[in-house]
Design a protein. Structure first.
Length: 247
């Protein structure tokens, strides 16, 4: 029973990018780029992959990583890792997404630190740099309370400036209270188990954002700001960006 574990939820099919995790980048599937990055950045933390398909299991196990088969029907990554943790039984779980190949040691440590400080659930946000990203529905927005607890997450831009309307620009972003949400989470095992048993939330179903279930049922999500660069691979174009980053 590890005190802390990293569990990566993995789903073979993706609406926006079919079979994304097995997409080849410089001769290797995206999933293995992520696996190697996590192992490089946090070698001291046990690592598992919660997968929904034998192809994903064979991919990671063939590279020497640990996989746990989970139900194909899960609606979110939290549901998938909750099932996996019933086997792993870690006290604290860090959820790194399988399409985040630039996750950093600092980001993982920040998540773990928030749990140590008393949070039951934590996540990361980063400042928006470009107005085009702020308008992109694939870039999830987060707004927070003064103490760092999340108020809301949305695919729509938040908050709407009544005075500026549609004229906001890159300069406005520099002082905006809105951040770009990164799909990295940390949970205490007790809350993770509860989340896995809750019905889907109303707002979760509308926005297709699993973290909204947590807020809707009255639990807090603590947020920390990271400036570490990241490329979340949500589309073939993002995969091209990561390949270019590799050089």
């Amino acid at each position: 029973m590890p005190a802390v574990a990293i569990i990566v939820p993995c789903r073979l099919e993706s609406t926006r990018f079919p079979r994304k995790l097995l997409h080849m980048i410089k001769g290797r599937p995206l999933l293995l780029w992520v696996a190697d990055r996590i192992h490089q950045e946090a070698p001291e933390i046990p690592l598992w992959f919660a997968v929904d398909h034998a192809e994903l299991r064979d991919c990671v196990e063939g590279a020497g990583y640990q996989a746990i088969m989970t139900d194909e029907a899960h609606q979110s990554g939290a549901d998938r890792i909750a099932e996996a943790n019933r086997t792993i039984q870690a006290d604290h779980v860090i959820n790194v997404q399988a399409d985040e190949p630039l996750v950093s040691a600092g980001q993982i440590q920040a998540l773990a630190g928030m749990l140590t400080a008393g949070a039951d659930m934590a996540t990361l946000v980063t400042p928006f740099k470009r107005i085009v990203d702020f308008y992109d529905a694939n870039q999830v927005k987060a707004v927070m309370r003064a103490d760092g607890r999340a108020l809301y997450f949305s695919r729509s831009r938040l908050p709407f400036s009544r005075d500026l309307g549609l004229t906001i620009d890159n300069e406005w972003l520099k002082t905006s209270p809105c951040y770009r949400h990164l799909g990295l989470y940390a949970y205490k095992a007790e809350l993770l188990a509860k989340i896995g048993q809750l019905p889907l939330g109303r707002y979760e179903q509308i926005e297709k954002l699993e973290q909204l279930r947590v807020l809707e049922y009255g639990y807090d999500i603590f947020c920390a700001v990271t400036e570490d660069p990241t490329i979340g691979v949500d589309s073939p174009k993002d995969a091209e960006k990561f390949e270019a980053w590799l050089g």
